[in-house]
Design a protein around this ligand. Structure first.
Ligand SMILES: [Fe+2]
Length: 177
């Protein structure tokens, strides 16, 4: 699950994965990380990053592609029952793909500290209303290193939050409003 500033989201995604997914027949691909697997140590180990990205995120991408293929077949056959049955898998895997893609860019080996400027002001005023930062708190994100002590992981991750990325998302959201 991903928790966002201000609230914990137990759903697979805060976005609608159908937009862009059904409109395009292009295969989704696993994005490269913008840093090495070991770059976030000691806060997140290379082993976790490799498994999380190359296994967990990759599985969302593969399952999303497979589900979309089935959905296209169901569309071609006008098989509405199958289309409806596939929606949960589309939402789950589409959400997993989108949220992990955001999560990787929310982290940086040069992260930490505090947000600056407009973002800081907006967080103070409007805390909880802007989904700009996601923290993955599923067990696969921390268990190998932090075991059952999730609070230690959640504390450590603030040392690698990429506030520049969050600021970019904030400015883009502000522009579109
Ligand atoms: Fe994850």
């Amino acid at each position: 699950m991903l928790s966002r500033i201000g609230h914990v989201c137990r759903c697979a995604a805060g976005v609608n994965p159908f937009l862009g997914i059904l409109a395009s027949r292009q295969k989704h691909t696993l994005p490269d990380l913008p840093y090495d697997y070991g770059a976030l140590e000691p806060h997140i180990s290379a082993e976790i990053m490799q498994l999380h990205h190359n296994k967990h995120h990759a599985t969302y991408v593969n399952n999303l592609n497979a589900t979309e293929e089935k959905y296209q077949e169901a569309l071609a056959k006008r098989d509405v029952t199958t289309q409806v049955a596939l929606q949960a898998a589309l939402r789950f895997n589409g959400g997993g793909h989108v949220n992990h893609s955001i999560f990787w860019t929310n982290l940086s080996p040069n992260g930490g500290g505090e947000p600056q400027g407009d973002l800081m002001e907006a967080i103070k005023q409007d805390f909880g209303l802007i989904p700009l930062l996601g923290i993955d708190v599923w067990e696969h994100a921390y268990y190998l290193q932090y075991k059952n002590v999730r609070p230690d992981y959640v504390k450590a991750i603030w040392n690698i939050i990429n506030w520049e990325n969050v600021s970019e998302r904030f400015l883009a959201a502000k522009k579109s409003n």
